[in-house]
Write a protein that binds this ligand. Structure first.
Ligand code: NDP
Ligand code: 8X3
Length: 252
């Protein structure tokens, strides 16, 4: 039987690359994102290969998540893999200068949206006693950096939520993996810097960041390892990224 993957945040970056990877391998796709035009374009391209169902949806709106995800057509409703990827960072200001609306949006998307989608899809997986949930966390959930304040905290939540899902699902044939990417060139920094493409470009300048395809390849691998193997957590950085020393403030 043809397998089905549901990807949130499928209009760009990791999510879009993941849609392409699974379509190339014959999986049916359910693609979620806010930008309808992008969903339309991706559907047009990928439905030449596979069955594609798009859901224009803002994952922050609980009622819409529950309604739209419960009305997926029958032939697609048995979801084998859920990729909770929709998310964003907004701003890089220190906490005392940060915009509270940005904080709200990150928490609402990266955490509340992710748990709504999980809660909508998980009962079907439990009923079928089968499934894989891939949550997209971040190295920022493990390693603090200036300006990472709420964004990093939302990703620490994703890590702990993933582990707690594992605890709840013990005895069931359902796997949960938290992937924690480091520097990866997508639209992430353009969003973080409110559309400032030049500032975003500098983040990836003169280095070799991860690509969206690298993360899609990892998700494909996770979907294909034996069902009795659960990768709990997978932190992945570009070779050209590592930790610096701890910072020490010194008076002049
Ligand atoms: P992109 O900006 O390229 O993609 C983000 C995706 O999330 C878009 O498809 C966007 O779609 C979707 N999205 C954002 N808000 C919502 C919402 N409210 N409802 C539905 N969809 C939403 O960035 P990435 O591909 O890099 O990011 C994907 C995930 O990876 C995020 O969770 C990010 O935090 C995480 N990550 C990114 C890293 C990086 O360096 N790039 C590193 C570590 C983690 P639309 O706007 O159409 O709704
Ligand atoms: C994205 C990686 O280091 O910019 O989650 O926070 S980082």
């Amino acid at each position: 039987m043809q397998k089905t993957i549901l990807i949130t945040g499928a209009t760009s970056g990791f999510g879009k690359a993941c849609a392409q990877k699974f379509a190339d391998n014959g999986w049916q796709l359910i693609l979620v994102g806010r930008r309808k035009e992008r969903l339309k374009e991706i559907k047009k391209e990928l439905s030449e290969k596979v069955n594609v169902y798009t859901i224009p949806l803002d994952v922050r709106i609980r009622k819409d998540v529950m309604t739209k995800l419960s009305s997926i057509p029958g032939e697609l409703s048995q979801i084998d893999v859920l990729v909770n990827n929709a998310g964003l960072a907004l701003g890089l200001e220190p906490a005392h200068d940060a915009d509270l609306d940005n904080w709200d949006q990150m928490i609402d998307t990266n955490n509340k949206g992710l748990v709504y989608v999980t809660r909508a899809i998980l009962p079907g997986m439990v009923e079928r006693n089968s499934g894989l949930i891939v949550n997209i966390g971040s190295i920022s959930g493990n390693w603090p950096y200036p300006g990472g304040n709420v964004y990093g905290a939302t990703k620490a939540f994703v890590l702990q939520f993933s582990r707690n899902l594992r605890a709840d699902l013990l005895g069931k044939n359902i796997r949960v993996t938290n992937i924690e990417p480091g520097l990866a060139e997508t639209e992430f920094s353009i969003v973080r810097f409110d559309g400032d493409v030049e500032k975003a470009r500098k983040v990836y300048q003169n280095t070799k960041a991860l690509t969206a395809g690298d993360i899609a390849d990892i998700i494909w691998w996770l979907a294909n390892i034996p069902e009795h193997v659960n990768i709990n957590n997978l932190e992945v950085m570009p070779t050209f990224q590592a930790w610096g020393p701890l910072a020490v403030y010194r008076e002049e």
